[in-house]
Design a protein around this ligand. Structure first.
Ligand code: NAD
Length: 493
C-alpha cells in the first residue's frame, strides 16, 4: 500500500473541514449534513464537508447578488491588484496546495505543484487582462449619431468544476469572472473539495470583498445544487466543466432563464503521427498527452493514430518508455503516476482494455488492475492493432490506456479523427509545413497541438466544438465569457 501519511502542512489553516465559504464566513450546511471525502490512493477518510442543499445554495446566490453592485463599481486596476495578490498567495503556498491536491486527487506531488503554478497563472494572466477590458468607438451609419461600446460584467455566475484539476479548473473560471467584475458561487467537486476551500481561504487573505467569491460543497445533493444555480433568475451565467451528459442536462435546466453559458465538456482526442514526424518528439508528446494525470485529462490523447511506415518503430519506442513508469501513491519517492479517482473509473478502463483484446488488439504493456497497490490503481497500458470497432475508438477512456491505431493516408486519418461526436483537442506530428497547415485546418476540434502534446496555457483560448461544448477559457476570449458588450448610440450631434 502507498505511504499516504500526509506530511503536515506548513499552514494547517488551509485545510478546512466541515465548512464552506459564503459571504466571507466559514459556514456549515443548514441541515448540519456532511459528506465524506476519501484519499483515492488508500481509500482512507480525508475529512468531511457540508452537504449544501437548495436553500443553502439560494443563500449563497443571494450573497453574491448583494455583493455585485459595489464590486462592479471597483476599478479594473483594483480588481487586478486583488487577483495579483491571490496569485502571489497561491505561489507562496504552492507546496501546501500541492499536498492537498495529491491527497484528494492522487496525482504525484510534482504534478500537483505544476498544477498549482498553472492554476495561479490564470489569476496572474487575468490580473493583467482586467485593465484591458476596453470597448470600441464605431463609425455610425446614421448621420449625426455616435456609437460606442462598454464592456460590463455579466453579473452573478454559477461555476461547476470537476475533480481532475482541483485547482486549475476553478481558477480558470474565477480569474476572468473577477477581472470582469462579476461575483461567483462556485460548487467545488465532490471528490476534491479541499483544494477549492483552501483557495477560498487565500481569497479572503487577498482582500477579495465579502460575498464576491463563494465556494460551496455537495455530494449527494449535487443535482439539487446544480438545479438551484441553473434555474435561478439571479444567476446570469453558468460555466461548467465536466461530462457531456451533465452539460446537456444543465443546458436544458438553464433554458427558462436564458443564461449565458460556457461548457467545457468531454473529449476523445485524436493523436496522429505521420511517417515524416520526428520520432523522439512524437513519442515524448504522446507520453505527456496520454499519461499526464494517469490519463484523466479532458485533452488526453485517446485515439493514437500511427502511419504504417513508422508504426512498429513508434510502438516499440513508446512501449519502452511506458514500461519505465512507476505507479504508486502521490507522495512516494520516484512515483510518476498515481491512482485513478475511484472504482468506477477503474471499471471503465478495464472494460475498454478487455473489449480491445476481444476485438483483436494486443496488449504489449500493462493491461491489468494493481490490487497490491489498492483498488484504484491500473497499470499504464499500451495496446497495438486497434481498430474502429473498439469502444476506445468512440468513447473517452479517461485512464492510462494508449491504443495505437494504424493508418495509411492523410485523408483516411483525418476522416477517422473527425468521426467522433466530440471535438476538444487534436494533435498531430509532421515535419511537412504544408501538411501542418492542412491538417490543423481540417481537424474538427477547438484546439490543435502540432508537434507537441501539451497545449494548456492561460494565455491561449481553451475549449471545444461539437459535443465538447462551447465557450473559451483563458486568453482575452475567456474574459469575454464574463462580459456583456453594451452598445450606446448618441444621437443629435
Ligand atoms: P461530471 O460531469 O460527472 O462532473 C463534473 C462536475 O459536475 C462535478 O463537480 C460534479 O459534482 C458536477 N455535477 C455532476 N452532476 C451534476 C448535476 N446534475 N448538476 C450540477 N453539477 C453536477 O464529470 P466527471 O466525470 O467528474 O469529470 C470528468 C469529465 O469532465 C470528462 O468527461 C472530462 O473530459 C470532462 N472535463 C472536461 C474539461 C474541459 O475543459 N473540456 C476539463 C476537465 C474535465
Amino acid at each position: 500500500m502507498p505511504n499516504q501519511n500526509i506530511p503536515p502542512l506548513k499552514d494547517p489553516s488551509l485545510f478546512k473541514q466541515n465548512v464552506a465559504y459564503v459571504n466571507g464566513e466559514w459556514v456549515k450546511a443548514k441541515s448540519g449534513k456532511t459528506f465524506e471525502v476519501q484519499d483515492p490512493s488508500t481509500g482512507k477518510l480525508i475529512g468531511t464537508c457540508p452537504e449544501f442543499d437548495k436553500a443553502d445554495t439560494d443563500n449563497a446566490i443571494a450573497t453574491a447578488a448583494a455583493a455585485f453592485p459595489s464590486f462592479r463599481q471597483t476599478t479594473a486596476r483594483q480588481r487586478a491588484r486583488m487577483l495579483h495578490k491571490w496569485y502571489q498567495l497561491m505561489m507562496d503556498n504552492q507546496e501546501d496546495l500541492a499536498k492537498l491536491i495529491t491527497w484528494e486527487n492522487g496525482k504525484p506531488l510534482a504534478d500537483a505543484k505544476g498544477e498549482v503554478a498553472y492554476a495561479a497563472g490564470f489569476f496572474e494572466w487575468f490580473s493583467e487582462e482586467a485593465p484591458r477590458a476596453d470597448g470600441d468607438t464605431i463609425p455610425a451609419s446614421i448621420p449625426g449619431n455616435r456609437v460606442f461600446t462598454i464592456k460590463e460584467p455579466v453579473g452573478v455566475c454559477g461555476l461547476i468544476t470537476p475533480w481532475n484539476f482541483p485547482a486549475a479548473m476553478i481558477t480558470r473560471k474565477i480569474g476572468p469572472a473577477i477581472a470582469a467584475g462579476c461575483t461567483v458561487v462556485a460548487k467545488s467537486p465532490g471528490e476534491t473539495p479541499f483544494t477549492s476551500l483552501a483557495l477560498a481561504e487565500l481569497a479572503d487573505r487577498a482582500g477579495i470583498p465579502k460575498g464576491v467569491v463563494n465556494v460551496i460543497s455537495a455530494l449527494s445533493n449535487t443535482a439539487e445544487v446544480g438545479e438551484a444555480l441553473t434555474s435561478s433568475q439571479t444567476v446570469r451565467k453558468v460555466s461548467f466543466t465536466g461530462s457531456t451528459a451533465v452539460g446537456k442536462l444543465l443546458m436544458k435546466q438553464s433554458a427558462d432563464t436564458l443564461k449565458k453559458l460556457s461548457f467545457e465538456l468531454g473529449g476523445n482526442a485524436p493523436f496522429i503521427v505521420f511517417d515524416d514526424a520526428d520520432l523522439d518528439i512524437a513519442v515524448a508528446g504522446a507520453l505527456a498527452s496520454k499519461f499526464r494525470s494517469s490519463g484523466q485529462t479532458c485533452v488526453c490523447a485517446n485515439r493514437i493514430y500511427i502511419q504504417e511506415g513508422i508504426y512498429d518503430k513508434f510502438a516499440s519506442a513508446f512501449a519502452e518508455k511506458v514500461k519505465g513508469f512507476k505507479v504508486g501513491g502521490g507522495y512516494d519517492e520516484g512515483v510518476t503516476h498515481g491512482p485513478l479517482i475511484h472504482d468506477r473509473a477503474i471499471t471503465k478502463v478495464d472494460a475498454h482494455v478487455r473489449d480491445a483484446e476481444k476485438k483483436g488488439g494486443k496488449v504489449i504493456v500493462g493491461g491489468n488492475k494493481m490490487p497490491k497497490l489498492g483498488s484504484n490503481f491500473f497499470e499504464p497500458t499500451v495496446i497495438t492493432g486497434m481498430n474502429k470497432n473498439m469502444q476506445l475508438a468512440s468513447e473517452e477512456t479517461f485512464g492510462p490506456v494508449a491504443g495505437l491505431f494504424p493508418f495509411e493516408t492523410e485523408k483516411e486519418v483525418v476522416d477517422m479523427a473527425n468521426s467522433a461526436e466530440v471535438g476538444l483537442a487534436g494533435y498531430f506530428f509532421s515535419r511537412d509545413l504544408q501538411r501542418c497547415y492542412r491538417v490543423a485546418e481540417a481537424l474538427e476540434t477547438g484546439m490543435v497541438g502540432v508537434n507537441t502534446g501539451l497545449i494548456s496555457d492561460p494565455a491561449a483560448p481553451f475549449g471545444g466544438v461539437k459535443l465538447s461544448g462551447f465557450g473559451r477559457e483563458g486568453s482575452k476570449y475567456g474574459m469575454s465569457e464574463y462580459q456583456i458588450t453594451k452598445m450606446v448610440t448618441l444621437g443629435g450631434m
